[in-house]
Design a protein around this ligand. Structure first.
Ligand code: ARG
Ligand code: ZN
Length: 471
């Protein structure tokens, strides 16, 4: 799904009929979608609407195998196209016919259908594959984290390559059915709602459905032995959480934090508007990974987040992303501030709610604790560069910019923006520039100099006027 290319099927078909076929020969789809930070990520020439993944995983050997069926629509006449993928492919079919394929680049699967594909047509692509995800790396790293009893796919921006072939960029969101068979006694956790769970021959198949547009990096798979809890939020959203049985002395703190998911989601809805999805939860596998990730509807948490006891703040962060990042996604990776700045700011609001320091106090602390010569101020959260995509400045300077915006336009306009943005761009994509325009529209104030100072300039901004006046 591609919000910039919404052409109703009937209209597209009538245009094709009305216009004589172009004389130009079909050409290969681009090997990247055109993201300046990551030129090889995603692909050109088509747009995926649905992924159906039917897989089997063997924890003992880390073997994953199965079939991916992609429903897509071409956006140009195509002689061939790419998917992003690392596992070993045994067969590809396009609209039922065998297609030739070859691995190319760091993570490209280049597919040549028997006959070229015309622009604006629906295409079904079936990929049979298998392999050991932990044995694959691209650019020298892996996003498949093996655990003693299974494995988990979670990283940003790269996560899909290790478990399913995709058009790997947030601009191409799709819905998902993820069905995974694992040895009886083991579970498979993914996004959305568990449609069924069936056991036969010593294998249990878990069928998950995520039925709202979802970016590829927000699709997740975790296999292992989990304790599962279920509940319902006050607002009526079903909650499914999962905790590895093997979290050792982190188990209590992990569970005491992630069990707050429903409460936190309802609290966030007061600021951001209704929760955008029909399923909710969180999972904590027994991995040593350092980060958490806002995997759609069901964030991934590392046990390390709970090393010092409960940490509801990280739950607030990952759930804030469900609005800021998952429903409204970056149009390009340089727009990362529209995710991380807001998820961090939500943590500040939670701190205030918990009586542990107001958003203004936390903003003042960030401002004061980084002297002018700190490299922190050289990173502009509005366009941090791929090497600084997850730099602390994107989070902390990013949230500081939001507190400054709040002081600039006033609480009423600020909280109207905070709630209006997830509705304006629901299930779509947006840029930092779109946010500036929206904040200007709501507040009626020109903000381009303000945004330059707080989000782009590679130096420490002068103390905000509101603060200076009160000192
Ligand atoms: N979006 C994630 C979070 O907010 C950050 C993931 C960082 N990824 C990484 N490989 N360091 O927690
Ligand atoms: Zn985040």
């Amino acid at each position: 799904m591609h919000r910039r290319l919404i052409v109703p099927g009937a209209l597209a078909a009538s245009l094709l009929l009305a216009v004589p076929a172009s004389a130009a020969a079909p050409t290969p789809g681009a090997p990247g979608i055109g993201d300046p930070y990551y030129p090889a990520y995603g692909n050109g020439g088509y747009d995926v609407s649905h992924y159906d993944l039917r897989l089997t995983y063997r924890p003992a050997t880390d073997e994953l195998e199965g079939t991916a069926t992609l429903l897509a629509r071409t956006t140009q006449d195509l002689s061939r196209f790419d998917l992003d993928f690392l596992l070993d492919v045994s067969e590809v079919r396009v609209n039922g016919a065998k297609a030739s394929f070859t691995a190319s680049g760091e993570h490209e699967l280049q597919i040549t259908p028997r006959t070229p594909l015309a622009e604006g047509t629906d295409v079904t692509v079936v990929v049979r594959y298998g392999g050991v995800p932990s044995s694959k790396s691209a650019y020298g790293f892996t996003s498949w984290h093996r655990t003693p009893d299974g494995g988990v796919a979670a990283n940003e921006p790269e996560a899909a390559w290790w478990w399913f072939p995709s058009n790997d960029h947030p601009l191409d969101k799709a819905t998902y059915d993820v069905s995974v068979s694992v040895p009886e006694g083991t579970q498979a956790i993914s996004n959305g709602t568990l449609q069924s769970r069936t056991t036969q021959r010593g294998w249990t198949r878990f069928a998950w459905r995520s039925n709202r547009p979802q970016a590829t990096y927000l699709a997740t798979l975790a296999v292992g032995r989990f304790d599962v809890t279920t509940g319902t939020t006050d607002s009526g959203i079903p909650v499914v959480n999962a905790y590895s049985e093997d979290l050792g002395d982190h188990y209590g703190a992990a569970r005491a934090s992630v069990e707050r998911t429903g409460e936190v989601a309802d609290w966030l809805a007061e600021y951001f508007g209704p929760y955008p999805f029909g399923a909710l939860g969180g999972y904590v596998p027994n991995t040593t990974t350092g980060y958490a990730l806002e995997t759609q509807t069901r964030p991934f948490y590392s046990p390390r987040q709970f090393a010092n006891g409960s940490n509801v703040s990280v739950v607030v962060h990952e759930l804030a992303h469900q609005w800021y990042g998952d429903s409204v996604s970056v149009a390009g990776w340089k727009d990362i501030w529209i995710n991380e700045g807001f998820a961090r700011y939500a943590q500040w609001l939670w701190s205030e709610h918990e009586g542990e320091g107001t958003a203004q106090e936390l903003a003042d602390h960030v401002y004061a604790s980084h002297p002018a010569d700190d490299a922190f101020w050289t990173v502009g959260p509005g366009d941090p560069g791929p090497e600084n995509q997850f730099h602390t400045a994107v989070y902390d300077r990013g949230a500081l910019a939001l507190q400054a915006l709040r002081n600039e336009i006033g609480d009423e306009a600020f909280f109207t923006v905070l709630k209006g943005w997830p509705r304006r761009y629901a299930y779509g994509n947006a840029t930092v520039g779109d946010f500036r325009a929206y904040a200007e529209e709501v507040s009626g104030k020109p903000l381009s100099a303000f945004f330059d100072t707080w989000l782009y300039e590679p130096s420490k901004p002068a103390a905000p006027a509101a603060r200076a006046a009160s000192l």
